[in-house]
Design a protein around this ligand. Structure first.
Ligand code: ZN
Length: 151
């Protein structure tokens, strides 16, 4: 019996579950404080944080890439550097805002408490807005503590 090309290809295992995952870590420094909170984080303080951006997809482009690392850098890393790095990330209800604004302090104001969870979500939303196939963002607040956001 002669196997024909088409017959062979239909017998070949179909790779329907293939998935590519690309991860990039972005380190940045930020300050914040939490409202309605009794721990140390109720005072203004800073973190050497790290965002871990995870992208997924089952198709590669003609370069063999899910995404070019340079695109993640251009679309997310640059945004973080311009908007979050070395800034105070604060809730818009924080009563200290007028004083810091008057002093010309660099701020990034969000409508929620600036927890690791909400900062992870903020970065996720930015990656999505830039049409990246983001599936999750983890924000490491310290080397031992992180929060992850996905949809
Ligand atoms: Zn903190």
């Amino acid at each position: 019996m002669v196997w024909q090309g088409t017959r062979l290809s239909t017998l070949a295992p179909r790779r329907t579950n293939r998935m590519f995952r690309v991860t990039q870590e972005i380190e940045f420094c930020y300050g914040h404080r939490l409202l309605n909170y009794e721990g140390k984080c109720r005072h203004l303080h800073g973190h050497n944080g790290k965002a871990v951006i995870v992208l997924e997809g089952n198709e590669l482009d003609d370069r063999g890439m899910l995404i070019d690392f340079t695109d993640i850098k251009r679309k997310v890393r640059c945004w973080i550097e311009e908007n979050l790095d070395h800034r105070m990330i604060l809730c818009d209800q924080d009563p200290i805002l007028p004083i810091l604004k008057e002093q010309g302090e660099p701020l990034y104001i969000i409508p929620t408490n600036p927890t690791a969870e909400t900062i992870a979500q903020l970065i996720y939303d930015q990656a999505k807005k830039q049409d990246l196939p983001v599936v999750e963002v983890t924000l490491w607040e310290t080397s031992r503590s992180c929060a992850t956001y996905s949809e």
